[in-house]
Design a protein around this ligand. Structure first.
Ligand code: SF4
Ligand code: SF4
Length: 115
């Protein structure tokens, strides 16, 4: 592992309190590392894979019933954390490409209207 990797910031991971969870999946869809899984068989529940969580807080802010909390007891594995951060960066890059393409398409359409 490189020195930069060993010095990476480590934020607390999160966990879901399944009691109040309404299984809306907002957290799962927004998670940049796909750390949140939904199990629809048996007891329907959303569960955080803590090895993939980078503590970005997105899911916490989105949850409509505030049932996602920090797990300050969990000690992240730095290699797994680096992998999860790479995953988030790759997703951010894909989103940027899509957004740029959309902006360019909208710009071209506008130019056509004014031509
Ligand atoms: S804190 Fe971020 S990385 Fe962790 S589960 Fe929530 S959205 Fe995913
Ligand atoms: S956003 Fe909250 S309520 Fe919705 S599935 Fe996730 S934990 Fe459950």
């Amino acid at each position: 592992m490189t020195e930069a990797r060993t010095k990476q910031s480590v934020l607390p991971v999160v966990e879901i309190d399944v009691g109040p969870c309404i299984n809306c999946s907002l957290c799962r869809r927004a998670c940049p590392t796909e750390a949140i899984n939904y199990f629809s068989t048996g007891h329907r529940t959303h569960v955080v894979d803590k090895e993939l969580c980078i503590g970005c807080d997105i899911c916490v802010k989105l949850c409509p019933v505030d049932c996602i909390h920090l797990d300050t007891e969990y000690t992240p594995n730095l290699e797994k954390l680096a992998f999860a951060k790479d995953k988030a960066r790759a997703r951010a890059k894909r989103v940027r490409v899509v957004m740029t393409a959309r902006r360019e398409r909208a710009h071209r359409a506008k130019e056509k209207v004014h031509a």
